[in-house]
Design a binder for this molecule. Structure first.
Ligand SMILES: [Zn+2]
Length: 155
């Protein structure tokens, strides 16, 4: 019997987005089910789904059998597909580019990564059902803090 929340282990980890050809990463079906709006969820077919990270592409999830879900089909914003500046990066604890930039402006640095890392350590995150990519946001947060700090020092 198959587990309806798991991607097939035989499916490849990466597959090209049918619209842009960008390499998408396999996501657990539980993530897709948690993120899709009910109107889209009602039509969800059992397939292996991939996340398209391309900023210029509206596709959020696709399967190799032709299923496509765009950013209009999901319950949250997908930061990879939003304009830089005020994007929500941590879906569990609400860290976003605007508050991180303000913190850097006020104190010279941002502790967003440390705050979230502490929550993760204490078992409080739910990235698999809140982050559209279905993975921990810490890597993205670290990159964003580094980028925003560099932006400020060059301003
Ligand atoms: Zn795409």
């Amino acid at each position: 019997m198959s587990d309806c929340c798991e991607a097939s282990v035989r499916a490849p980890r990466q597959a090209p987005c049918p619209i842009t050809g960008t390499s998408g990463t396999r996501v657990r079906r539980q993530t897709v089910k948690a993120i899709l709006k009910d109107s889209s969820l009602r039509c969800l077919r059992p397939a292996t789904y991939y996340f398209c990270p391309e900023s210029t592409c509206d596709v959020v999830y696709f399967s190799q059998q032709g299923e496509l879900y765009s950013k209009h089909d999901v319950r949250t914003t997908v930061w990879q597909k939003e304009p830089v500046g005020d994007r929500l990066l941590c879906y569990c604890f609400g860290e976003n580019e605007q508050t991180i930039a303000s913190e850097i402006e006020a104190t010279g640095t941002s502790l967003a990564f440390d705050r979230v890392a502490e929550h993760v350590r204490l078992g409080r995150c739910a990235c698999d059902i809140r982050n559209p990519r279905g993975v921990c946001c810490l890597g993205d947060l670290k990159a964003a803090v580094t980028r925003l700090q560099a932006d400020r020092s060059h301003a």
